[in-house]
Design a protein around this ligand. Sequence first.
Ligand code: NAD
Length: 724
Amino acid sequence: MSSPNTNTLRLEVDKDGLALIILDDPLRPMNVVSPEWLEEMIATVERIASDDAIKGAMIISAKPAFMAGADLKYLMGRFDAEMSLQDAYVFSQRASRDLHRRMETCGKPFVAVLSGLALGGGFELALACHHRILVDNPKALVGLPEVTVGLLAGSGGTQRLPRMIGIQKALPLLLEGKTVGPAEALKLGMVDAVLPAQELLGAARAWLLGTPDAQRAWDKKGYRPAEGLGLLNSAQAAAYTMQVGRIAAKTWHNYPAPIAILDSVFEGMLMPFDKALNLESKYFARLLTDPVARNIIRTTFVSKGQADRLVRRPQAVPQSKVNRLGVLGAGMMGAGIAYVAAQAGLDVILLDTTQEQAEKGRDYSRKLLDKAVERGSRKPDQAAAILGRIRPTTDYSDLEGCELVIEAVFEDQAVKAAVIAKAEAMLGSGAVFASNTSTLPISGLAEASRRPAYFIGLHFFSPVDKMPLVEVIVGKQTSQETLARSLDLIAQLRMTPIVVNDSRGFYTSRVFQTFIHEGMRMLEEGVAPALIENAAKLAGMPVGPLALLDEVTVELPWKIVQQSIEALGDAYVRPCSYTVMQRMVEEFKRIGRRAGGGFYDYPAEGGRRLWAGLAEAFPLAPEQPEVGELRKRILYIQALETARCMEEGVLTHPADGDLGALLGWGFPSWTGGTLSLIDTVGVQAFVADCERLAKLHGSRFKPSAWLRDRALRGEPFYVQGAVA
Ligand code: NAD
């Protein structure tokens, strides 16, 4: 017997009366919790429940993975529709009550046959089955990573998992979104068996035939959770309090999901199961209607996905591939670029001024590969093959045949100009030349090129193997073909591009600098250094501006300022931290950690402490500002500069700005990025607050006429329904 083929699943029933629900979404590479699937699944479960001939059911997938989580693109649509709390609750209950709970209590046993990865909604489906069998394959990860997109496992995940494996084991999985492989899943009790692929269905059948009256522990009379009734147990109450503290220290109250998860677990454990599910739906609805989840999902999932699929690529240019990549300069950046390129299967010519330097660049890859072999993540022959693809040289004629060359030599216009000329003499007429400069305008550098249409900026971040972003800078004369081919290379390297137009500091460095300048400015105003650092962390920045400056050295922004003065003369507006930088570099000669100390001292025994001389150099103001006001200044100055980049056309799409902010310099993900932050605050409220800050702190906070007009029109950066 076989039912008509529906969209996302099929139902088959065998001669023993065992049903097979085969998940097979024809439109997507993975099965996901989409609205279509949900309705089909509910109908299928009803049919199984009402058909006396069916004794039980197995859920399997026809795809390599069992099921990923929710259809996040669909969720974005719900965000755009500005769902009410009540709508969000009903939305959650449709899955939680009408599918999962119904499956669990309909009187027929269900087995989840996890033949591959089962995450989020996929694993929640498995949790609602009476039995779970997972394939013995390290790629078959299971877990509930909803927290990483600002949500909670809202189809019973926060209730079933703690009841099955205990609160203490469930919390790290729910709060950190950690996913685990088969061995750990079995050990933790997340699944009941781990078996080779060919034994999965047989074991599921046997279990169903042997357990016709399966019932979950919490549906049996007299059920009490193993660890006692949540907060009524003093050990649990203490664990809850500790977790609240831990979450606050980690998230600074910027992310509502972890606390909602904690409350859902601890309050839910005190309740009968159905009431607990309703409670979970209430918490889920709150998160779903909170801007944080929308912000995270839009930037880290939707916009990132579009960037990875090269949404900004000029479509008319035929697809291209780089087989042989030239990298000029085998220093920190060149060596990193060579490593990711060789890993992606490209042949790399790594050129430096001496053979020794070039080989040192290749040794960087050797070290990383040796470590990968030690860890077991690479086989020795694979590592050798990758290393074999990097050819260190000093000879420009080796660049012949390279389809694309990236220069990463010293940050010096003259050095770069010489290298451009030498390389171009060896390149074919259509080869692309890219500069990894972090500060020199691309159109200026392109003047040294004989073929400026083939010249582009590809700004990688350090360390290249850990930072997936590449800022693509289109110069005045860069052709569409050059842009398309550069984007094709980035896809080959499995990295994420944003596309920006040329500007001093491009986009990322330009905006990021406002953060460190604002931090130093606060110091000059007499704000306590620890307060500045904490305000930045409170905003969600990964490190405080002073600690960060010590890492990159205060000399770096100082040099950029000097270069800008040289290039622009009086037209250049000096940053608000000019005096602090000058004094740190010239008067105190404390440029950073590398030079023995900067804003901090670095004692030999390790750690760091604020430099005692700061108190004298920048005396404390008698009245210290509110930390919330400092936090706002830190976030808003970056958002304002990003808005200026939109106004000037440096950015053409808000998604590039937001993605660049999150991936490029660690702007906090709860905001969704610098422009999402403005939309979240509301452009009118943002502009009004910036006007106030401008009166207090100076014209750098003054919103432009362009932004004020936007505020008057109430025009957000993201138009509903359009995320690119
Ligand atoms: P680096 O000093 O570590 O390496 C530069 C390398 O270029 C050295 O190995 C040097 O020997 C070589 N070199 C110098 N002149 C050369 C020439 N004429 N021909 C061939 N090789 C030559 O510098 P880096 O940090 O790798 O930076 C390189 C470039 O990347 C700079 O333009 C820098 O602004 C940019 N960048 C750096 C970072 C970063 O975080 N370090 C990030 C993004 C971009």
